[in-house]
Ligand binder design. Structure first.
Ligand code: ADP
Ligand code: MG
Length: 311
């Protein structure tokens, strides 16, 4: 199979919303008139972001999911994606399930794969760029948090990091390998939230970004953070704290919203069948403050940094 057969076989399905998709020098897009475009890129490298033996169907899902999650955190509706791949070989046994996992998620959200690049490389690398649309002025920037806002978190945290430490816990392993991007939630938050971020590097790190960019203080009550039910059985409080506060890869949304929207947000969670939990508040000041049940500061490891501890 040569490069062009590979593309035709695995990555060329007719687009639904693009003027021109895979097969030319460029794709051609016509955004809805007056909408802003939101653009995000994520690079996944074998050995760093996924293990060499990672299941290819799950990897196809996750490579797209992490990008749709970034669009959701901006309040954007995903429309188009490109996919750049480096592969050691044109291996049908890997490409077939990878492509199936990628398209299964893309089709669920009406997202078109409109182009990319494919090359041989020593290790696998997967780079997805996602483009979404958002009404002007409605994007949920990290700088939007205001004193008096509640801090909310969707779903449960810590499961993905637990899946890395304990791959035998099926529920946690699923959270790690098959994250669900909170696309509908992101769209609905445009009107209700002041700012949002997806929890990709751990809640502590990600809320720290919001506090810094918004010029405010964020206080979170540790016990209120919703977490995977597997932790209750495990009885490993240090691991639990590490996963819940500093574990990456959960791809839930953390967001801040004015108190007046509490009832509407609770109704939204019920409608989307997705738990939305209030975990803290934004105040004047600076920094992120994680507090125990008695309001005392809780020591933690912070968020994930790809360049920390490098040799
Ligand atoms: P070019 O030489 O202009 O870079 P290529 O020969 O690399 O074009 O690619 C041919 C077509 O296939 C282009 O439309 C490109 O966007 C698309 N393409 C290449 N690799 C992928 C991929 N992995 N997924 C989707 N589209 C791809
Ligand atoms: Mg090319």
């Amino acid at each position: 199979m040569n490069e062009f057969e590979l593309i035709r076989r695995y990555f060329q399905r007719p687009p639904k919303r693009a003027l021109l998709g895979v097969g030319d020098d460029c794709a051609l897009l016509r955004p809805d008139a007056g909408l802003d475009l939101a653009v995000s890129t994520d690079l996944l490298i074998e050995g760093r972001h996924f293990l060499p033996g990672a299941e290819p169907r799950a990897l196809g899902h996750k490579a797209l999911a992490v990008n749709l999650s970034d669009l959701a955190a901006m309040g954007a509706t995903p429309r188009w994606v490109t996919l750049a791949l480096a592969l050691p070989a044109a291996d049908a046994a890997w490409l077939e399930p990878f492509s199936a996992g990628f398209y299964a998620l893309a089709e669920r959200y009406g997202v078109d794969l409109i182009g990319g690049d494919t090359t041989r490389g020593a290790a696998r690398a997967i780079c997805v760029t996602a483009i979404g649309e958002v009404p002007p002025g409605m994007a949920l920037e990290r700088s939007g948090a205001r004193p008096g806002d509640d801090i909310w978190v969707s779903g449960e945290l810590g499961g993905a990091a637990l899946g890395l430490a304990h791959p035998e816990i099926a529920e946690a392993a699923k959270r790690l390998h098959l994250p669900e991007p909170r696309v509908e939630l992101g769209e609905r938050l445009r009107r209700l939230a002041h700012c949002a971020i997806d929890v990709s590097d751990g809640l502590a790190g990600d809320l720290g970004h919001i506090a810094e960019r918004s010029g405010v203080s964020a206080s979170v009550e540790y016990e209120r953070i919703p977490r995977s039910s597997s932790f209750a059985k495990l009885k490993a409080p240090e691991l639990e704290k590490d996963c819940v506060l500093s574990g990456g890869d959960d791809y839930e949304l953390a967001f801040t919203a004015p108190r007046e929207h509490r009832a509407e947000l609770e109704a939204l969670g019920a409608e989307l069948k997705l738990a939305l939990t209030r975990v803290g508040t934004i105040e004047a000041g600076s920094g992120l403050h994680i507090l125990d049940a008695k309001g005392r500061p809780l020591a933690h490891r912070g968020g994930f940094d790809h360049f920390k501890n490098q040799k």
